[in-house]
Design a protein around this ligand. Structure first.
Ligand SMILES: *Cc1c(COP(=O)(O)O)cnc(C)c1O
Ligand code: SF4
Length: 327
């Protein structure tokens, strides 16, 4: 008998073969407008609960296109690099990024629960950044010694891939730093495998003295089904602030109606739109790029049709800038 929890089971039982994925969706490679690739440095990885939300028979399904390795990825384009945000330069100790005033980002896990084709961290050396006990001590000391830091962001990879007893330990330990007030978790797991929001997780979150913010990553309304909503409601019920960040992606969410539907659906699930990130120009992602002029016109459409709180901030990250830049 397996002792894996439901979410761990879903992680170990991912689809990793593009042809499997297509056949699950009643598609064949011939149905696609472009060729697929099967030997990417960043292989296909997608859990089944996410696949279940893809539309069968639709080669342009917005969830499918976020994960399917396509031939366009191997086209190199000027301006697209492996480390578009020059994060390696902001890595004072391994596992910790300190780019912005008042908050530090901890790369809490070495992998993700899904491989998104546009991911700007797809070349990030996570192995060198995983959090051992000694590493955690170094991170703890760094934060302890800098009173300007009031918020810790657990990010990734995917921070919630870490087991609850370890997360609870880290958080408990960080609680002894008096100048820390908030803990933020940047995660795609509540979307990808909603079962990740289980009793153990809710328990350590509820017990913490920190103000808790969970920033999910969702790009399309179809990613949010009833199971996702139920789990988000459980987080909301224990006082977690729920925000969403998306990436603006050509062919996936680059229409005003799609973005409006996403905001509406998020809010129905108790989540406020936070950021809509313009694509970070990571090598192999140029086919997802939406021009800035188009982004501005999308924002104007959203502003005309939605209450202000449902329009996310349209931002671009510039290497070396002191904050994310609103366009
Ligand atoms: C995005 C990011 C943050 C968070 O920025 P906010 O504007 O506070 O959401 C913090 N640190 C790093 C390194 C980041 O990339
Ligand atoms: S969930 Fe986030 S960090 Fe993980 S692959 Fe997707 S974009 Fe990258």
């Amino acid at each position: 008998m397996s002792t894996l929890l439901a979410w761990q089971q879903a992680l170990s039982d991912m689809i990793t073969d593009p042809l499997d994925l297509l056949s699950t969706l009643d598609l064949s490679p011939a149905d696609l407008p472009t060729e697929i690739i099967t030997d990417s440095h960043f292989p296909l990885r997608v859990p089944k609960p996410f696949v279940a939300r893809m539309q069968k028979g639709n080669p342009l399904d917005p969830l499918l296109l976020q994960v399917l390795p396509r031939a366009a990825e191997v086209i190199a384009k000027i301006g697209y690099t492996k480390d578009p945000l020059q994060e390696l330069a902001a890595n004072p100790i391994p596992g910790l990024l300190h780019k912005f005033h008042g908050r530090v980002l901890v790369t809490a896990a070495g992998s993700c629960a899904i491989n998104c084709r546009y991911c700007f961290r797809q070349y990030f050396p996570y192995e060198e950044n995983s959090i051992s006990k000694e590493r955690f001590q170094q991170i703890y000391s760094y934060i302890h010694n800098d009173e300007s830091i009031s918020e810790v962001i657990l990010s990734g990879g995917e921070p919630l891939i870490v087991k609850d007893h370890k997360l609870a330990q880290w958080v408990h330990s960080l609680e002894s730093i008096p100048h820390l007030q908030r803990l933020r978790i940047h995660t795609r797991l509540p979307i990808v495998i909603p079962d990740r929001i289980n009793e153990e997780l809710l328990q350590w979150i509820e017990q913490s003295r920190f103000q808790m913010i969970l920033v999910i990553h969702c790009n399309h309304a179809n990613e949010i089904d009833d199971a996702v909503i139920a789990k988000l409601q459980a987080l909301k019920k224990i006082g977690v602030t729920l925000l969403n960040q998306s990436v603006l992606l050509k062919g996936i969410n680059d229409h005003a109606d799609t973005l409006i539907a996403l905001s509406e659906r998020l809010f129905a699930a108790g989540v406020l739109p936070y950021y809509l990130n313009l694509l970070d120009r990571v090598l192999g992602s140029s086919h997802f790029e939406v021009p800035e002029t188009m982004a501005i016109s999308l924002r104007n459409d959203m502003l005309q049709k939605l209450p202000g709180y449902l329009v996310p901030k349209f931002v671009r990250e510039l290497a070396g800038a002191p904050n994310k830049m609103t366009i």
